[in-house]
Ligand binder design. Structure first.
Ligand SMILES: Cc1ncc(COP(=O)(O)O)c(C=O)c1O
Length: 426
C-alpha cells in the first residue's frame, strides 16, 4: 500500500490556487528516471503512459538533457522569419523519415496547433472550407481541431464545416454484426459523405491508428479507399500521427504499413521528448501551392530548440534500431497483455501496433465501467503502475517509452493481474 501523506496535504491545503481543469490523479510526481516516476511521498510507479505519451526514451534521459543544454547555451528561440542551422538539419531528417515522399516541414509547438495549421493550409490551397474526419478521431482541443475531434461532440461554438464519418471500429461495434457487415456499413457511410460533401471539402483528416478514440488500427483497404475519394474530389489527405508516429508503431509512421501517402503529415508528442514540439510536413506538390504565403504564423515556429530536439529523436531512433526493437517489444507487450486478460473474465481485446497497445473492460459484463475503471486505476497505482483510461473507462492505453524492458513489462502484467482481482473482490 502506498504512502500518500504529502500528496494528500498538497491537495487539501493548496489546490485552491490551482485551476482544476480535470480531477487530477492523486500521486503528485516529484521526479522520474527511465520508465519510472516517484511521487512526493517516495512511492515509485512504472509510467506506462510515458508522460502524456511523449517521453520516447523515458524520464531524465541524460543524452537528451545534454542535447538541449548544449542548444540552450547556443540559441533556443529566434523570430518567426529567421532560421537557424538546426532547422535546416531537422527538416532534412524529417523528409528522410518519409522516404522523401513528404519533403517540406514547418516546426510548431503542440499537436493541436499543427492540425490547425494543416487545416488552414488545406483551406487556402483548395479554396474550400469543409474538413471531414472520423467520428472517433482525436485531433486536439483548439477550436477547428476540436470540431473534428470525437465527432465535434464538445466543440462550442459549433464548427459548421466539420463533418464526420463512421469509424471502422469493429472491436467496439454492434456485437450482432459480422465484421464484413460492419466494414460494409463504414465504406457505405464514407461513400455517401463524400458524395454529399466532397465538393466542399478542403481536407480529410485521420489517425492511421486511432488513439484516444479507442486504439484502433485502420485497415489498409480503408486508407486506400479514402485516398481514392480524396483524389476524386480534390480533397487533401491529412494523416495525424501525433500519437502513432515517430516510431511508436514500429515504422516511422503507421501509414507506411499501407501503400498510401498523405498530402500533409502532422506529428507531435514523442518527437518532442516531453517538450512542446510538433510539425506539419507537406508533399512537394502541396507545398508548392502555398510556400511564401503568410497563412500560418506562430511565436514558436521553427524554434532552434525544437529543431535540435527533432534531430536528436530521429538520430536516437535510427542509431539504436528502435523501429525494429519497438516492433519486437510490442509483440512481447501484446503477449503480456493477452496473458493478463486471460487471467480475468472482465478484461478483453489485448491489441497493439508496436508500442501502442491497449486492452478493454468487457462492458457486456461490467456495465458500470466508469466506476470500475476508476477503481482499477487506483489499484494499479497501489501496485506501482500509472495507467489511464479512455472511452469513458472502457479502454486502457499502454504506450511506454521505447526503452522499456521485458522485466518492466512483466511487472506491468503482474500488476494488472493483481489489480483486477482486487477490483473484482471490492
Ligand atoms: C492524434 C492526436 N492529434 C492531436 C493531438 C493534440 O495534441 P496536443 O495535445 O499536443 O495539442 C493529440 C493529443 O493527444 C492526439 O493524440
Amino acid at each position: 500500500m502506498s504512502n500518500m501523506e504529502v500528496s494528500k496535504q498538497l491537495f487539501n491545503d493548496r489546490i485552491k490556487y490551482l485551476f482544476e481543469a480535470t480531477s487530477y490523479a492523486k500521486p503528485i510526481i516529484e521526479h522520474g528516471s527511465g520508465s519510472f516516476v516517484w511521487d512526493v511521498d517516495g512511492n515509485k510507479y512504472l509510467d506506462v503512459n510515458s508522460g502524456q505519451f511523449c517521453m520516447s526514451f523515458g524520464h531524465g534521459y541524460v543524452p537528451f538533457i545534454e542535447c538541449i543544454t548544449k542548444q540552450m547555451n547556443k540559441i533556443y528561440h529566434t523570430n518567426t522569419a529567421t532560421l537557424s542551422p538546426e532547422v535546416f538539419e531537422a527538416a532534412e531528417k524529417m523528409a528522410a523519415t518519409t522516404d522523401y515522399k513528404l519533403s517540406k516541414t514547418m516546426f510548431l509547438s503542440t499537436g493541436s496547433e499543427a492540425n490547425e495549421a494543416a487545416f488552414r493550409y488545406a483551406k487556402y490551397i483548395t479554396g474550400k472550407t469543409g474538413i471531414m474526419g472520423l467520428d472517433h478521431g482525436y485531433h486536439g482541443l483548439t477550436l477547428a481541431a476540436q470540431g473534428n475531434t470525437m465527432g465535434g461532440l464538445w466543440a462550442r461554438p459549433y464548427v459548421p464545416d466539420a463533418v464526420s464519418v463512421k469509424t471502422p471500429d469493429y472491436l467496439h461495434s454492434d456485437k450482432n454484426k459480422t465484421q464484413e457487415e460492419f466494414y460494409a456499413e463504414c465504406f457505405k457511410d464514407l461513400k455517401e459523405k463524400f458524395n454529399e460533401y466532397g465538393n466542399n471539402l478542403a481536407a480529410f483528416i485521420l489517425e492511421p491508428v486511432i488513439g484516444v478514440g479507442g486504439m484502433i488500427s485502420l485497415s489498409m483497404e480503408y486508407l486506400k479507399e479514402i485516398r481514392k475519394f480524396c483524389d476524386k474530389y480534390g480533397v487533401l489527405l491529412i494523416f495525424d500521427e501525433c500519437q502513432c508516429g515517430f516510431g511508436r508503431s514500429g515504422k516511422w509512421y503507421a501509414y507506411q504499413k499501407a501503400n498510401v501517402v498523405p498530402d500533409i503529415l502532422v506529428t507531435a508528442k514523442t518527437m518532442g521528448m516531453g517538450l512542446p514540439v510538433s510539425a506539419v510536413t507537406f508533399s512537394e506538390e502541396t507545398a508548392k501551392k502555398i510556400e511564401g504565403k503568410l497563412v500560418h504564423f506562430s511565436s514558436h515556429q521553427n524554434d532552434p530548440l525544437a529543431a535540435a530536439i527533432v534531430s536528436f529523436v530521429i538520430d536516437e531512433i535510427k542509431n539504436n534500431n528502435l523501429l525494429e526493437s519497438n516492433r519486437e517489444k510490442g509483440l512481447y507487450l501484446k503477449d503480456a497483455l493477452e496473458m493478463a486478460c486471460k487471467e480475468s473474465d472482465t478484461l478483453i481485446n489485448a491489441r497493439g501496433d508496436g508500442l501502442m497497445c491497449a486492452f478493454d473492460i468487457d462492458d457486456t459484463i461490467v456495465t458500470d465501467y466508469r466506476n470500475f475503471s476508476k477503481k482499477f486505476i487506483k489499484e494499479m497505482e497501489h501496485n506501482g503502475v500509472l495507467i489511464q483510461a479512455i472511452r469513458q473507462g472502457r479502454t486502457f492505453r499502454v504506450m511506454p517509452n521505447y526503452y522499456i524492458t521485458e522485466s518492466e513489462i512483466d511487472f506491468l502484467q503482474q500488476a494488472i493481474i493483481k489489480s483486477i482481482s482486487q477490483v473484482v473482490k471490492i
